[in-house]
Write a protein that binds this ligand. Structure first.
Ligand code: FAD
Length: 315
């Protein structure tokens, strides 16, 4: 993006009162606290803002990067000169539809929630607990947004978000609004796809299907995931699991078996609690993380004959 394009974008955003920050460090927008500066990060609040931003970018920048809460995204330590579109400050609605029968727990009634893509999974889980809705207990301990979770088909061994999604709202790179039904959504292991011309579409919301339940039962289900999460370094700066699990064995176990637990590069280290997590111990850069990823991949291939592919997105 040249200075002229950037200038036009900035004055357009100012004129329409769309929130943005110039020359911002992306380390503030990812859970691992790593990333270089960007020209501009834009925070559309709703569809109206987003459609305006799309139009502005279509005529002036062409390219952009989308982020939710940055809990699965590693930004390199270089300047990013395309606009970053963040869902951190908008698309925050949760709206219940057809809830008439849910209070009678003897009837298995489904309740649909229309949720904005900026809502975090923990906000959805809290809403479900408060309103006695079951089906998303596996959201416990997954820190991203609904948009990011759909793009990554986030979840656990037991369940993934793709199983409870009814439809997804999308706005394409060209500003076309679509509501795509379950049958046309392609969810696979940590992956999501829809048939639109360009991959760089915006997820603006989704409808999830939950069922009425009683609160003690929901809290009991959550306990299972809470226990699982106790083996992960949740309070540390990380991106969750770095590698996808090969079909029948966990990547963490493989990394542990080759003796990499606790291994460091610069200020990044492989967690000694869970070997599929890389931790920023303070001041780590993307190169430290990438060096660890490469060493693990090389050693696992050499010693185990297994190719580990990354789950995280690298930009
Ligand atoms: C401590 C920790 C524990 C974790 N545990 C789990 C776990 O148990 N299971 C699991 O599956 N994951 C886990 N994760 C990974 C991560 O939380 C999930 O993948 C999460 O759903 C990503 O959401 P996000 O908003 O942070 O996405 P981001 O990292 O911001 O983005 C991820 C991808 O989605 C795209 N994207 C984000 N929002 C949108 C949007 N609105 N429209 C279009 N594209 C979008 C981005 O461009 C990017 O390609 C964990 C991460 C951490 C840090």
């Amino acid at each position: 993006m040249n200075n002229n394009d950037l200038g036009i974008i900035i004055s357009g955003l100012r004129e329409k009162d769309v929130e943005f920050i110039e020359n911002e460090s992306l380390s503030l927008y990812t859970s691992i606290k790593i990333g270089g500066d960007c020209d501009v990060i834009i925070f559309p609040r709703d569809e109206h803002d987003l459609l305006f931003v799309i139009d502005l970018l279509r005529n002036n920048s062409k390219d952009y990067v989308i982020i939710g809460r940055g809990t699965n995204t590693l930004f390199k330590n270089r300047f990013i000169n395309v606009p970053i579109i963040s869902f951190k400050k908008g698309f925050s609605h949760i709206q219940e539809i057809n809830s008439s029968e849910k209070k009678n727990v003897n009837l298995v009634s489904s309740t649909h929630l229309r949720i904005g893509s900026g809502v975090t999974l923990s906000q959805v889980l809290n809403y479900a607990i408060k309103n006695c809705l079951s089906g998303c207990e596996f959201f416990f301990g997954i820190p991203g947004t609904i948009g990011g979770a759909i793009k990554m088909n986030a979840g656990s061994k037991e369940n993934v978000i793709g199983n409870i999604v009814e439809n997804v709202d999308i706005i394409t790179k060209d500003g076309v609004k679509l509501n795509i039904e379950k049958k046309d959504l392609k969810f696979s292991y940590r992956n999501f796809g829809v048939d639109v011309d360009n991959e760089n579409y915006f997820i603006t919301g989704a409808t999830l299907s939950l069922v009425g339940s009683d609160r003690p039962n929901i809290l009991k289900n959550i306990k299972i995931f809470k226990k699982r999460k106790s083996s992960q370094p949740l309070g540390r700066h990380s991106l969750g699991c770095i590698f996808k699990n090969p079909s029948d064995i966990s990547a963490g176990k493989i990394i542990e078996e080759i003796g990499f637990k606790g291994f460091s590069s610069g200020n990044a280290s492989i967690s000694d609690k869970h070997a599929n997590f890389i931790i920023n111990k303070g001041g780590a850069c993307a190169e430290d993380v990438l060096e660890l990823i490469e060493s693990i991949q090389k050693t696992v291939l050499l010693r185990k004959g297994i190719t580990l592919s990354t789950e995280i997105k690298m930009i």
